[in-house]
Design a protein around this ligand. Structure first.
Ligand code: NAI
Ligand code: MG
Length: 491
């Protein structure tokens, strides 16, 4: 904040305007000591468990099962039985009924889910409350609407369900990614075995309670927990018809290799290194808000994060000055505090990866800026960071950091911006800031990215398809496009 000389006053005016803490109560959520696997509508006892913690203070929250190939096999068998025993042949309007119920229950219980999401994953409560939960419910509402209209969505193509879908999701938007996967699968008449990420299983396990409340037939959705070994067992399971994966490019490639030649369907939503491009005619203050939302939202644990900022040279200095000043106002701290803008890094491993890449940026010669910031003593934290003087060849300009770290580069002409923006193995998203509609369209046509935001960033809607080009994966989630991976057609 700029220091302003204050005139002497007679009355006592408080001089300190820092925020008092405003913690959200965690009493609303009941966490069990131990969780098994949700298979065929029953809880199966795990043979082996691990502890899931809160990244805000490393507090152990619950013991969670590490599912073996045998456990996964049971879940897949339950999904197959439910598929054959009626779910796949239910009228679409009946399936819609369950999806509408799930959506409504998520809305009713949204505070409980938001608290649990922030506790287990580290994201600020204002994001889980205002973004993750409303969007997860909206996704179920949206696909509920399609369930009885598949023939209109794909006229003359006889859409039918694929079978049993194995779904593997990451830790950055645990419940929202569950919704992205489960809602379209069920709307199309498939059954599901879902594996949440090892660091964030709790909202998926609480979701089982929602399934019971909605009286979803047993076995239509099954949830197994565990690390990559459990994910690999699901991929290898013989009786799965389709795999949907969101996570790292490395694991995505591995899954694609394993499924080659098996005839199983696959969609991959992988990493990104999105360009956020600001032209000199953009509204700078709005652009700064968009840049901040683009890279510091959810601690930068966002596959479509605007992690490479391209600024037209003529506005480079004022823009960077505004951005750095804005960074000083971000409040980093307790995810359960309603005033926190940036929460905890999801895991020790992710924090280590961020630190390593940031050190490489300093080493390679970029200039680092971090606002003054007091971090909590326990837990995993990283200060929002901006790198300037970044060359295209630096690792921080090439690799996905998946943390609150922005690399700033410059350009002179639209052609140069485009060439630099597309110079990446990824292609998930991009942003363009300019007042000229024609320039937005010119850029959007040429940017190799699945989503291009204009004068905004990180906006999501269940009606809008999302997915990548190149090493960001293939297949689309959301919108009418998001139905297709879960359908077969008689051509
Ligand atoms: P990851 O790709 O290892 O984990 C994602 C999910 O895949 C988890 O549920 C995990 O248990 C599962 N998995 C791991 N190995 C598997 C295997 N061999 N077969 C089947 N499933 C497997 O990602 P990780 O290690 O958590 O993060 C590493 C990096 O990946 C991050 O730093 C970030 O750059 C990127 N990432 C990208 C995400 C995105 O949304 N596109 C999400 C998470 C991570
Ligand atoms: Mg991994």
């Amino acid at each position: 904040m700029a220091e302003i000389d204050k005139p002497q006053r007679e009355v006592d005016v408080p001089g300190d305007w820092t925020y008092a803490s405003a913690p959200e109560s965690r009493d609303i959520v009941h966490i069990r000591d131990r969780y098994g696997y949700y298979v065929g509508g029953e809880w199966l006892e795990p043979a082996e468990t691990y502890e899931t913690i809160s990244p805000r203070d490393e507090e152990p929250l619950a013991a969670v099962g590490q599912a073996t190939a045998e456990d996964v096999g049971r879940a897949v068998a339950a999904a197959r039985t439910a598929y054959a025993d009626g779910w796949s042949s239910l009228p679409g309007s009946e399936r819609a009924k369950y999806l509408f119920r799930i959506a409504r229950i998520l809305q009713e219980r949204s505070r409980e889910f938001a608290v649990l999401e922030s506790l287990n994953g580290g994201k600020p409560i204002k994001e889980s409350r205002d973004v993750d939960l409303p969007l997860a419910a909206a996704h179920f509402f949206y696909y509920a609407g399609w369930a009885d209209k598949l023939e209109y969505a794909f006229p003359n193509r006889r859409p039918r369900p694929v079978g049993v879908a194995g779904q593997i999701i990451p830790w950055n938007f645990p419940l929202l990614m569950l919704a992205w996967k489960v809602a379209p699968a069920l709307a199309c008449g498939n059954t599901v075995v879902l594996k949440p990420a090892e660091t964030t299983p709790l909202t998926a396990l609480l979701f089982c309670d929602v399934l019971r409340q909605a009286e979803l037939p047993d076995g239509v959705v099954n949830i197994v927990t565990g690390d990559g070994r459990t994910g690999a067992a699901l991929v290898e399971s013989e009786d799965v018809d389709k795999i949907a994966f969101t996570g790292s490019t490395e694991v995505g490639k591995e899954i694609q290799r394993r499924l080659a030649g098996t005839g199983k369907r696959l969609t991959l939503e992988l990493g990104g290194k999105a360009a956020n491009i600001v032209f000199d005619d953009a509204a700078l203050d709005q652009a700064v808000e968009g840049i901040v939302n683009g890279i510091y939202f959810n601690q930068g644990h966002v596959c479509c994060a605007g992690s490479r900022l391209f600024v037209q040279e003529s506005i480079y200095e004022p823009l960077v000055a505004k951005l750095e000043r804005r960074l000083t106002t971000l409040r980093v701290g307790d995810p359960l505090d309603k005033n926190s803008d940036v929460g905890a890094i999801n895991s020790a491993a992710q924090l280590e990866k961020i630190r390593e890449l940031v050190a490489s940026g300093v080493e390679e010669g970029a200039e680092i800026y971090q606002p003054p910031c007091v971090l909590p003593e326990k837990g995993y934290w990283f200060v929002p960071t901006v790198f300037t003087n970044v060359a295209q060849s630096y690792r921080i300009a090439q690799e996905e950091i998946f943390g609150p770290v922005l690399s700033v580069l410059t350009f002179r002409t639209p052609e140069e911006a485009l060439e630099k923006a597309n110079n990446t193995p990824y292609g998930l998203s991009a942003g363009v800031w300019t007042e000229k509609g024609s320039r937005i369209l010119w850029m959007a046509q040429r940017l190799r990215a699945g989503v291009v935001w204009a004068n905004t960033f990180n906006r999501f809607d269940p009606g809008s398809p999302f997915g990548g080009y190149k090493e960001s994966g293939f297949g689309r989630e959301g919108g009418r496009h998001g139905l297709e991976p879960y359908l077969r057609f008689d051509e």
